[in-house]
Design a protein. Structure first.
Length: 255
């Protein structure tokens, strides 16, 4: 569980996002446009960015957590600590409980075992996504955070990534701007990071069946503030644009 109270994420003595209040428990999706502050929140949860307010993982204040297996995330700042991908995995096997067999199995599943011998800096964007995911999954944390995990992956590898996340037994937080993936993650709680606010949650299956309309609509399952205007999320046949057909969060601003 991740709990934030009056959270303000900072970098270089500037406030990036907040204040925010939210609780992520079990299976969660954070939807937000590029630049909305999603990754900054992930970095704060991982102890990479300072913050004000309270931010707890499984009841532990993040600022007081030292090395632990509570959280793993696919952030390059965490994993570029050695030259080769395999070297990074071996470091985390020593200090973070990473399962090397599970790590290699993940790469094999993606048909990318060869990247274990490559330097991180030589990887393509898609290869780096997979390498970071392989390390994150095989650390088997209580809370697994995946930041834009589908970017630059082909259809087969996207499907494998989705299956891996669906099979993961711990808490999962998926951070993305891709609305289309909602159809794969029934039962997840979806939070919207928009206009500097964490809005929601809405259950993912209901959201997948819904449309978004401008203004207040009777029978709506949620309302959102976007660009200073109020929008309603409505299940079924109300007029408006289907959520899934939008593709990305950026496009629903034009609803």
């Amino acid at each position: 569980m991740i709990e934030a109270t009056k959270l303000i994420v900072r970098s270089f003595k500037k406030n990036i996002v907040g204040p925010l209040d939210f609780t992520f428990q079990n299976k969660t999706i954070i939807l937000g446009s590029n630049g909305s502050g999603k990754t900054s929140i992930v970095k704060a949860i991982c102890g990479l960015y300072p913050y004000a307010g309270s931010l707890k993982v499984n009841g532990h204040e993040v600022s007081n957590i030292r090395a632990s297996g509570l959280v793993a995330a696919n952030l390059p700042e965490i994993y570029t600590i050695a030259a080769r991908v395999k070297d990074v995995a071996e470091i985390f096997s020593e200090i973070g409980g990473l399962d090397l067999a599970a790590f290699m199995d993940f790469l094999d599943d993606m048909n990318l075992k060869n990247i274990a011998e490559k330097p991180f800096g030589s990887l393509s964007t898609g290869e780096m996504k997979i390498a970071m995911a392989a390390i994150s999954f095989s650390r088997k944390p209580s809370v697994l955070i995946m930041d834009e995990p589908f970017e630059n992956l082909d259809g087969r590898r996207r499907a494998i990534m989705i299956d891996r996340m669906l099979d993961y037994e711990g808490d999962v937080v998926i951070v993305t701007h891709e609305i289309e993936v909602l159809k794969h993650f029934g039962g997840y709680s979806v939070h919207f990071l928009m206009d500097g606010m964490m809005q929601g949650p809405v259950e993912s299956s209901a959201l997948s069946r819904s449309k978004i309309v401008r203004g207040e609509a009777s029978g709506s399952i949620a309302t959102l503030i976007m660009g200073g205007e109020r929008y309603s999320i409505v299940e079924g046949g109300e007029p408006g644009e289907g959520i899934l057909s939008a593709g990305t969060v950026d496009r629903i601003y034009g609803a």
